[in-house]
Design a protein around this ligand. Structure first.
Ligand code: PEP
Length: 260
């Protein structure tokens, strides 16, 4: 059986300035800094806005914090006249590990579609960044096409045609569950994650066993353990609850809530 280290990822979205970012990272890391918590067993990553990345990286380096750093987006281009864009090379220089690609808010408010997102995944691979590819169905798609069809299609589209696949993570986030308080059941998350993994296997082979598939959508300390008890759910992508240090640390300590 393949061991996959669970990933707890906090997407801060467009919140906090660089001073608040430093304070939040400190609080989370201090709270996790005890014998009960082992970063080798549970990987933790935060995804601040671009403007906070440099301060976050300096702090993480200086304090030797073990939390990983992620960016919320990446340009599909390497460099040049693309005002407002941030390239993979710029992110790599700041020791960013992960990049969200295709978050539903980018798809919805910025019209990002599969062909662009495929190029963003390529930019991640070219710069040794790990894309966290966000996939998920809207309420309308859920009602007309069922739960797994759209996330599977979006996954395969993002992975299509790359010369070589680097490491990547899939975040299954039903759009109807993001920021709404509505949560998919852990059985639903497991069923969709399993379909995504099998679709990756049929196109790309046994790397499917190494790839982590996260669930995202109104995850809290109180409901996280149910998702992570499932075989195919290898972590969570957390929005709102990642802005509260106690709540986010509680999510990172999900093992305490799993009754074996
Ligand atoms: C998200 O934005 O990726 C997310 C899952 O948000 P929330 O946890 O607030 O639903």
């Amino acid at each position: 059986m393949t061991e996959r280290t669970p990933l707890i990822a906090g997407n801060w979205k467009m919140n906090l300035d660089h001073l608040q970012a430093i304070a939040l990272i400190q609080k989370v890391c201090w709270t996790l800094n005890d014998a009960d918590f082992d970063y080798n067993e549970v990987e933790v990553a935060v995804f601040p806005p671009f403007t906070d990345l440099r301060s976050a990286q300096t702090l993480i380096d200086a304090e030797k914090f073990e939390v990983k750093l992620g960016a919320q987006d990446i340009s599909a281009h390497d460099k040049g006249a693309y005002t407002g864009e941030i390239s993979g090379a710029m992110l790599a220089k700041l020791d960013v590990d992960y990049v969200l690609v295709g978050h539903s808010e980018r798809r919805q408010y910025h019209g990002e579609q599969d062909d662009l997102l495929n190029k963003k995944v390529a930019s991640c691979f070219a710069n040794a960044l790990t894309p966290v590819i966000c996939v998920g169905e809207t309420l309308e798609e859920l009602e007309t096409r069922g739960q797994a069809a759209v996330p599977v299609e979006q996954t395969l589209a993002a992975l299509d045609g790359h010369k070589q696949l680097g490491d990547f993570v899939i975040a299954y986030e039903p759009v109807w569950a993001i920021g709404t308080g509505k949560v998919a059941t852990s059985d639903e998350a497991e069923a969709v994650a399993n379909e995504i993994r099998e679709a990756i296997r049929s196109k790309h082979g046994d790397i499917a066993d190494q790839i982590r598939i996260l669930y995202g959508g109104s995850v809290k300390a109180a409901n996280v353990a149910g998702f992570l008890a499932k075989d195919n759910v290898d972590g969570v992508l957390v929005g709102g609850a990642s802005l509260e240090s106690e709540e986010f640390s509680g999510i990172c300590r999900y093992k305490k809530h799993i009754v074996l």
